[in-house]
Each structure stands twice: as structure tokens, then as C-alpha cells.
Write a protein that binds this ligand. Structure first.
Ligand code: DAT
Length: 179
């Protein structure tokens, strides 16, 4: 389960893991616990993950049967993943959530911009291919509805959720210009 920070990955992953009985893997927690980072980025106020080292670590840990929660898709070994669910959220709502979280302005701007520009979706498709990647617009949906959608995709309802079904750029290009 992936997407820009704040879209609801952790909330959805925990519920999905609970419902399916699968283990929940929090990559951010592993990065901190195992100290798999190269430094700290002051502008974005976040750790710089050592993706090569993290990928190696995950290769040993994962069994293709977990619910993985991460926005660092490039560190997840391709062969350990059957489905990639990219959660999307209206950028203005994302901005509000990140403000509530107390993120600093530069970090909010970076994440909102990434959401508008489909950054994680594009990276996911590049890494995992269009067949494994599904894009879910979570705006206005509660966690159980989102988990329901994931279940329906697992049962074959794939057409509606193929990459490219969400387009924030048309509605929110002006936010990029402001920045
Ligand atoms: P992420 O793991 O992507 O950073 P999160 O699961 O921590 O996101 O959620 C960020 C905040 O948004 C948190 O306060 C819970 C809330 N939230 C998550 N999913 C939601 C939903 N479907 N509807 C409303 N609020 C939600």
C-alpha cells in the first residue's frame, strides 16, 4: 500500500492486515529501527533512506504474503509484491491533513506537489509494471470503503482502478504555479 505521505496508507494497511490476517510491515519503522538511512534532509525534514540497503533487508524479510506500508517504492523488491495499491487523495485535503500533522511548509509543499504530479504512481508503474499497480481515489471514502475496493480488485475488478484513472493536474495546476 503506497502513496504520498498523509493519504492514509497506515490506516488502510492496518485494517487490510487485520481483515486478511496478514502481517503488517511498516517500512518507515524498519528504516528507523535498523538505522537504514544515509542522513537527514533539512529542507524536507525527513530521513534520507539508503534504498539499496533497505531493498536487501526487505528481500530477506518479505515472503509475498504481507501488507506493506511505504512511500519508498523503489526499495521494495519487485518479486516480493503481487499487488501495488496507490492511494490518492485530493491535494487540498492532503494539504489540510499535513498541516494538522504539524509538517513544516516546505515539507507540505513537496508532498502536495508530488501528489498533483502522480509521482508515486509513476514510480510504481516503472518499478512494478501496469499489471500489478492499482490507483484508488480515497477522497471522501472511509477506511472500510477503501478496504472493500482493495478486496474487489483482488477478486478481479481491475478495469476501474488501472493507473491513469486519477487526474489532479487538470483541477490543481494553479497550485503548482503558486509554488
Ligand atoms: P499515511 O500513512 O499515508 O501517512 P495515515 O494513515 O497516517 O497516512 O493517515 C493520515 C491522517 O489521515 C490520519 O490522521 C488519519 C487520517 N485518515 C486516514 N485515512 C482516512 C480516511 N479514509 N478518511 C479520513 N481520514 C483518514
Amino acid at each position: 500500500v503506497t502513496g504520498t505521505p498523509g493519504v492514509g496508507k497506515t490506516t488502510v494497511s492496518l485494517e487490510l492486515a487485520r481483515k486478511t490476517g496478514k502481517n503488517y510491515v511498516d517500512i518507515a519503522d524498519i528504516v528507523k529501527r535498523e538505522k537504514i538511512y544515509k542522513g537527514y534532509d533539512d529542507v524536507t525534514d525527513s530521513l534520507i533512506v539508503d534504498t539499496a540497503k533497505l531493498k536487501k533487508y526487505l528481500r530477506n524479510l518479505l515472503t509475498c504474503n504481507e501488507v506493506i506500508d511505504t512511500h519508498v517504492v523503489e526499495a521494495v523488491p519487485q518479486e516480493k509484491v503481487t499487488h501495488v495499491f496507490v492511494l490518492r487523495l485530493d491535494p487540498v485535503q492532503l494539504m489540510k491533513r499535513l498541516e494538522q500533522r504539524g509538517y513544516r511548509a516546505s515539507k507540505i509543499r513537496q508532498n502536495v506537489e508530488a501528489e498533483i504530479l502522480d509521482s508515486i504512481l509513476i514510480d510504481s508503474v516503472k518499478l512494478f509494471g501496469t499489471e500489478k499497480v492499482f490507483e484508488i481515489n480515497t477522497t471522501g471514502k472511509d477506511v472500510s470503503e477503501i478496504v472493500q475496493i482493495i478486496y474487489s480488485i483482488l477478486q478481479g475488478n481491475v478495469e476501474e482502478f488501472k493507473p491513469g484513472n486519477v487526474n489532479w493536474l487538470q483541477k490543481y495546476y494553479f497550485l503548482l504555479e503558486q509554488q
